[in-house]
Design a protein. Structure first.
Length: 215
């Protein structure tokens, strides 16, 4: 207990850092994932090619390697001076977007083809059909896998601690270096991660209940 009480400020900052990077990268992943899923089912071949290349490249790239690229290559070529928090959020968000894309694409495939055909017969464009007809119906199917994806994102955020980002893994490293016993440190870190992941799981369960169809 002493390790937490004596360094509660650092633990609080690490917890807030983990929640922050999880929230920001989740928004990035969700927005990008939906856009890329739209590309993958688009009738325009270049967009389908781009979407397929995006998913194939990011899903098959180790997350640690992606962090290295964002921290040591991107600032040198594109955006010098970006904060470690922003770089970590982008790396984690881009990586997770490939998984969100596939979950959304699977949900889109569950919507009967006749729905899209009816929308086209009414004069709706592809983007309007996707936004107004297909995605709202696919949401119920997409929610359960998205819950697992964002829980995995929360755990993956621990990698950011190795790149000078304030989060729980960084607090664990600091306490270990100060000579505290490793077991209680890991117990408190595990409790903090459980709080975040249970909150995500509870949020998605609430969304599923609100969107379920009465039978």
């Amino acid at each position: 207990m002493n390790v937490l009480l004596d360094h509660f400020a650092e633990f609080r900052n690490g917890f807030i850092g983990t929640v922050s990077i999880t929230a920001v990268s989740s928004v990035i992943a969700l927005v990008l994932g939906i856009v890329i899923a739209g590309f993958r089912v688009s009738p325009v071949p270049p967009l389908r090619f781009f979407g397929t290349a995006w998913v194939t490249l990011l899903r098959n790239t180790p997350l640690t390697l992606l962090f290295l690229v964002f921290f040591f290559v991107v600032p040198e070529i594109l955006f010098p001076g970006m904060s470690p928090f922003v770089l970590a959020s982008l790396a984690l968000g881009f990586y997770t977007s490939s998984f969100v894309c596939e979950a959304v694409r699977s949900g889109i495939s569950t919507v009967p083809l006749g729905q899209a055909e009816a929308a086209r017969s009414l004069g709706l464009t592809f983007s309007q059909t996707l936004r107004l007809i297909v995605l709202p119906q696919a949401t119920r199917t997409v929610l359960p896998p998205l819950s697992s994806i964002f829980i995995a994102l929360t755990k993956n955020s621990a990698i950011a601690g190795a790149f000078s980002v304030t989060e729980l893994f960084g607090w664990q490293t600091l306490m270990s270096e100060q000579g505290y016993a490793i077991l209680p440190i890991f117990c408190w870190v595990a409790v903090a991660y459980l709080v975040v992941t249970f909150a995500i799981s509870g949020l998605f369960r609430l969304l599923e209940r609100n969107m379920e169809v009465a039978r």
